[in-house]
Design a protein around this ligand. Structure first.
Ligand SMILES: NC(=O)c1ccc[n+]([C@@H]2O[C@H](COP(=O)([O-])OP(=O)(O)OC[C@H]3O[C@@H](n4cnc5c(N)ncnc54)[C@H](O)[C@@H]3O)[C@@H](O)[C@H]2O)c1
Length: 444
């Protein structure tokens, strides 16, 4: 046995204990871990320097250099310039994209700018790490996938749960029949904020609010519509259905091998009224997706989890996913995976369902243990990243379909091949949105 193999084997018990993952899976993961692709540091531009964009850029510095930053809020831009010393600052992303030496961009803007920014970047020959949800509408996703195919740029969607060992173990076990034939998935998402009414005020002088609103309807400035809390307004996002749903419902597609398709029908309803003059996106809701193969996928909000995923009520239902099959169930959420045989008894665990290794010839999903690292590797190797444009688009579509069902409050029939509702002109209007000029496709 080589020294490196011996030291690898030695580290398994400690990693298994720290992650609460079965030892066989940790061993497999360590053995599969490929060395990162070699190459010069990647030169990256950050577009959208708020909370997540900044975090992504700090993370990306492990593999490259942030050479340019862009934001429509001069205050955020100034902070980013301080944080990423030497980076050139821009207020219009199209100007940043003219920089020849840039290899890639991170798009950390609000959701309603993801598609136009990513399209413009790929047309300028830059690879893209775009935050989730990849799009604002299903139509945007179809167009974005097309541009990715034409330009062959690498596009990684920021659904980093695909690079988590707990979710990957769930995917490998479920795809290989560990809990038999799956017929039901239940997904719980943290409930959204229900606040208001909010007041209009003067636009802060450092903020280009018109550019920020972009394609969305022109409105008077309300602080709560903008930084961070934009996600609780239908105009800019879809509440936690698109925010957290882009993560957990993405895992449904992965575990059930439904990445390139979608449901046949969707039913939804809003469970509480929103406050007039306040946030508009439903804070509490429930949706049922039914797939062509009969699988039922329930997606419900839970008030026992904080909006950021923390525990609010330890006795209540936490956010995460439960897969139920003919031979058992698997519960998975961030940092936790559990399994049992009786789906009605969640505390009656059967650890053997996780502990028993998969046979050597079982088909595994693609391995990534570092989402940003996987992106940079693909920038260097030109391989497809773990959450490419098509997958990011289909996962965002699940969220958009749920939002439409919640807003219409009735059952909708969906054609996942045509990507349109069936004989339902009222629902079909939600596939695309009218884009306020000049912030439409003509600008990129
Ligand atoms: N992957 C994750 O776990 C995760 C976590 C949090 C947020 N997100 C996603 O990241 C995105 C940003 O979320 P946030 O919480 O950081 O929001 P935020 O409001 O803090 O940041 C968004 C930034 O983008 C800027 N911006 C908006 N339009 C722009 C444009 N056209 N050009 C340049 N800059 C523009 C804003 O001024 C702001 O600074 C959202 O899409 C969100 O869903 C992902």
């Amino acid at each position: 046995m080589t020294t490196s193999r011996r030291s690898l084997l030695k580290s398994i018990p400690a990693i298994a204990a720290a992650t609460a993952l079965p030892a066989w899976f940790v061993e497999e993961t360590l053995a599969q871990q490929a060395a990162p692709a070699a190459g010069a540091p990647v030169r990256i531009g950050l577009i959208g320097c708020g909370g997540q964009g900044t975090g992504d850029a700090v993370n990306a510095q492990r593999h490259g250099q942030i050479v340019a930053v862009c934001d429509v809020d001069a205050g955020h831009l100034a902070n980013a310039k301080k944080r990423f010393a030497g980076a050139e600052g821009f207020s219009d992303f199209r100007k940043l994209l003219e920089k020849k030496e840039l290899d890639a961009v991170i798009c950390g803007t609000v959701d309603h700018w993801h598609t136009l920014v990513s399209m413009a970047a790929m047309k300028a020959g830059k690879d893209v790490y775009c935050e989730k949800p990849l799009t604002l509408t299903i139509d945007e996703g179809k167009r974005l996938v097309q541009v990715q195919k034409e330009t062959k740029c690498v596009l990684q969607t920021g659904t980093q749960q695909r690079s988590s060992m707990h979710f990957r173990l769930a995917a490998d076990l479920i795809r290989n029949g560990r809990i038999g034939k799956v017929d039901k998935v239940e997904v719980w998402l943290p409930a959204g904020l229900r606040g208001g009414p909010f007041k209009t005020s003067e636009v802060p002088k450092e903020f280009d609010f018109d550019f920020w609103m972009g394609q969305t309807p022109k409105v008077d400035y309300v602080k709560e519509r903008t930084h961070f809390s934009f996600r609780y307004w239908w105009d800019y996002s879809g509440g936690t259905m698109t925010d957290w749903g882009a993560h957990h419902n993405d895992i449904v597609g992965w575990c059930l091998d439904l990445d390139r398709t979608g449901p046949a029908s969707i039913e939804g309803k809003q469970l509480v009224d929103m406050i007039p003059g306040g946030y508009t996106a439903a804070s509490e809701y429930e949706v049922l997706y039914t797939y062509p193969n009969g699988i039922k996928h329930y997606c419900k909000s839970t008030t026992a989890s904080e909006w950021h995923g923390g525990v609010k009520d330890p006795k209540g239902q936490q956010h995460g996913l439960k897969f139920t099959g003919s031979e058992g169930w698997i519960w998975v959420t961030r940092g936790v995976i559990k399994a049992g045989n009786n789906p009605d008894k969640m505390d009656d665990l059967n650890p053997d369902l996780l502990k028993k290794p998969l046979p050597d010839d079982a088909k595994r999903v693609v391995v990534s243990n570092d989402h940003m690292g996987n992106f940079v590797d693909c920038v260097r190797t030109r391989k497809d990243p773990i959450c490419n444009a098509e997958t990011g688009h289909r996962s965002a579509s699940i969220a958009h379909l749920g939002v439409t069902a919640i807003r219409l409050g009735r059952k909708l029939s969906w054609d996942p091949v045509k990507e349109d509702y069936i004989n339902d002109p009222e629902a079909s209007k939600y596939v695309a949105r009218e884009m306020r000029k000049p912030y439409d496709y003509s600008m990129v």
